[in-house]
Design a protein. Structure first.
Length: 272
């Protein structure tokens, strides 16, 4: 099982879009996947076609992690039925998000609190991949996710403030590793909402390549005009009609493959 946190210091860079794009690619590839919606806004839950029922949301599972019974409380994404209609289908489950998680999104969590998500995910062995959609901050929820994760994917737009925020987040990961999570490493940086015709974006992408080297994952994800429509309809990008969606789906397929191969390569180097 690989646990990957999708993080950003700055809001509005499309972090949840990247999370759901990777989840769509994992579903298409037949990888049993769990999405943990740790953002109190719970946008990933909505986009994945899940409505709260009798199951405990992730916030209430975190309240009593030893009795959380994760597998009894996850909800199957509505995308699974879409996949079956297209001749596919595998496990894509969601630990439902809610505003309740906000009680943990503070900067003063101790070591015991930081281990809450780790305890909940101890029961997630049936999944090959766990994607944790973090809030756009470096407060308690993101640090809790990092404690439970093998890797962190950072999402950034090719803009001045987003690039600067990504550099600060990289430093924060290094400090967090030293104190709390020696197993943690960056899986890479996703350049999202890229406008190829923008000279500013072209300049910032070159700057990111210079600053981050091979940590800047390929391919970059271009801005897509109908992305909000796709998410609002609670559809996987792989099941949305039109060439634009098909091209974006292929990009996320490649991005997922590169992200996972990067992680496997790091594990092999550690074993040597």
């Amino acid at each position: 099982m690989q646990v990957v946190s999708i993080s950003s210091l700055k809001g509005g860079v499309g972090k949840t879009s990247v999370t759901t794009g990777l989840a769509s690619a994992a579903l298409a590839a037949g990888i049993p996947t769990l999405v943990v919606d740790l953002d109190p806004h719970a946008d990933a839950t909505t986009a994945l076609g899940v409505q709260a029922g009798e199951q405990l949301d992730i916030g209430r599972m975190l309240k009593n992690p030893r009795k959380a019974r994760l597998l009894d409380n996850v909800v199957s994404s509505g995308w699974v039925e879409q996949a079956r209609r297209h001749g596919g289908g595998t496990a894509l489950d969601v630990a439902v998000g809610s505003a309740y998680t906000g009680i943990y999104d503070r900067p003063d969590l101790g070591r015991r609190d930081l281990r809450r998500l780790t305890s909940v995910l101890a029961a997630a062995e049936k999944y090959e991949l766990v994607l944790v959609d973090c809030p756009p901050s470096l407060n308690g929820l993101t640090r809790m996710a990092w404690s439970a994760s093998d890797r962190v994917v950072l999402v950034a737009e090719p803009g001045l403030f987003s690039v600067a925020g990504t550099e600060r987040t990289m430093r924060a990961i290094q400090l967090f590793r030293q104190e709390f999570a020696p197993q943690l490493a960056p899986a890479g940086i996703v350049a999202n909402r890229v406008r190829p015709a923008s000279s500013e974006h072209t300049f910032r992408l070159a700057e990111m390549e210079s600053m981050f080297g091979e940590l800047l994952l390929a391919p970059h994800i271009p801005e897509q005009a109908n992305w909000q429509q796709i998410q609002g309809a609670a559809h996987a990008v792989h099941h949305w009609p039109g060439d634009s969606a098909k091209n974006t789906a292929k990009l996320f397929d490649t991005l997922l493959e590169n992200m996972l191969s990067s992680q496997n390569g790091t594990r092999e180097r550690r074993q040597r």
